[in-house]
Design a protein around this ligand. Structure first.
Ligand SMILES: NC(=O)c1ccc[n+]([C@@H]2O[C@H](COP(=O)([O-])OP(=O)(O)OC[C@H]3O[C@@H](n4cnc5c(N)ncnc54)[C@H](O)[C@@H]3O)[C@@H](O)[C@H]2O)c1
Length: 395
């Protein structure tokens, strides 16, 4: 059971292989990604949560193929946003040095978006860039984080830039990280998505990935949405997961991102569409990082974006409210976990690295599908969206 897409970024292209049960023979995909031979030195960067399961399957496949002279080192990291840090970056770089990785060496990143982001960033920066392969183990990773070539890590929130945190307070909370403030465009040589790994995901984390699929459905391919409820239902029942349906969901959703990225690899224009809901989500995450997963913040962001869009006349009020209902039907909360002020969230959104020349760019969805990139958006639209998910005006 395998489907294949292509990631095109400028002159470079890489296979995106989606299948079920394909990790046991991953070495053949690595070989292909590496010009026909297994690299002599490999560092596998693992999410601790999958190290002893999917990680060892991968290591076994590589070892069985590579009796002659292939050295495989491993390092595991804990997947939390505070570990997507310079400290983890340094540990992985250190492991690469100890493994004696040279320019022909390869990093294989096995995990969710946290691991593929930081391991990819290590690949981008070690010896000024070596090859890497992404093996996403979350739904969000398969349809979003591991594709599109963006790698990166968090920096303590603007402390180094501003001397204070995003809310203007001179304190740095453990949860407050400037998300992805350091990074590089450094596409992997292959993305290998095995939908079987999703069976070990906690249900809440699986669901969080559906938010990005929903976004792709809103943007380009409405045929994705009916697959979401179905995936959630089979996933949360005791029935075996229909792997063909999961492969279909991942393939269609990844294809949306791949097409947009191919048209605009460096996010000069069209790629910004993928930020639908994300200006809101990043503001929300700055305040609720300990309560909400990234995908859950995106779900809230999509609801807020739809309401803002209705206020701007791009979407009917009925359609905006239908989006809210359909997102709620997938089990997402459509209100913030507890009170927050519009002002604080607005400040956080203003710091968003997607700002251009100090003004806010909002991605606003349209009735009938697709979205507009609205530069110099009226800040009132942001406020309307934030109020619709429960933010309140300071008295
Ligand atoms: N580079 C990009 O273009 C891009 C796009 C979207 C998101 N991201 C980044 O992705 C990150 C979020 O990624 P995520 O949602 O995959 O979260 P994650 O990497 O934090 O993983 C979520 C949790 O699931 C666990 N886990 C992962 N795979 C598992 C499996 N198969 N079985 C059991 N447990 C498993 C992890 O240990 C972690 O606790 C954020 O840091 C975000 O900034 C990057």
């Amino acid at each position: 059971m395998t489907r294949e897409l292509v990631q095109r970024m400028g002159n470079e292209s890489a296979p995106v292989i989606i299948g079920s049960g394909i990790l046991a023979s991953i070495s053949q995909h690595i070989r292909r990604a590496n010009g026909g031979k297994i690299p002599a030195k490999i560092l596998i960067v693992l999410d601790e949560a999958v190290a002893s399961t999917w990680g060892s399957l991968i290591a076994q496949s590589l070892k069985s193929e590579s009796a002659v002279g292939v050295e495989i080192a491993q390092i595991s990291i804990l997947s939390t946003e505070s570990k997507k840090s310079a400290e983890s970056w340094a540990k992985i770089m250190d492991a690469a040095v100890r493994a004696d990785l040279d320019r022909q060496g390869m990093i294989i990143a096995v995990g969710g978006g946290i691991v593929t982001d930081i391991a990819g960033f290590c690949a981008a920066t070690y010896l000024r860039g070596i090859a890497w392969v992404a093996v996403p183990t979350t739904l969000l990773g398969m349809v979003d984080a591991a594709i599109g070539g963006k790698t990166g890590m968090n920096l303590p929130l603007g402390k180094n830039l501003l001397g204070e945190n995003r809310l203007g307070e001179n304190r740095l909370d453990e949860n407050q990280w400037g998300k992805n403030l350091a990074g590089a465009f450094w596409p992997p040589s292959a993305v290998i998505s095995d939908t079987q790994v999703l069976t070990s995901l906690p249900p809440r984390i699986f669901r969080a990935g559906l938010a990005e699929c929903f976004k792709h459905s809103m943007l380009v391919d409405a045929s994705i949405e009916p697959l979401l409820a179905c995936a959630l239902a089979t996933y949360s029942s005791s029935e075996p997961v229909d792997q063909w349906k999961m492969i279909d969901l991942v393939t269609r959703s990844a294809a949306v991102k791949l097409d947009i990225v191919a048209a605009d690899p460096r996010e000069a224009n069209q790629r910004m569409l993928l930020n639908l809901g994300h200006t809101f989500a990043h503001a929300i995450e700055s305040q609720f990082s300990s309560e909400l997963l990234h995908g859950e913040a995106v779900a809230l962001g999509l609801v807020a974006a739809a309401t803002a869009s209705a206020a701007s006349g791009r979407m009917t009020v009925t359609d905006a409210s239908s989006i809210r209902d359909r997102i709620a039907a997938l089990g997402f909360s459509v209100v913030l976990p507890h009170s927050a002020t519009v002002e604080n969230l607005e400040k956080a959104a203003g710091f968003d690295k997607k700002r251009v020349g100090g003004s806010m760019t909002l991605i606003l969805p349209k009735t009938g599908g697709g979205a507009d990139i609205v530069r110099q958006a009226d800040p009132e639209l942001l406020r309307v969206g934030l109020r619709s998910i429960g933010a309140v005006d300071a008295s």
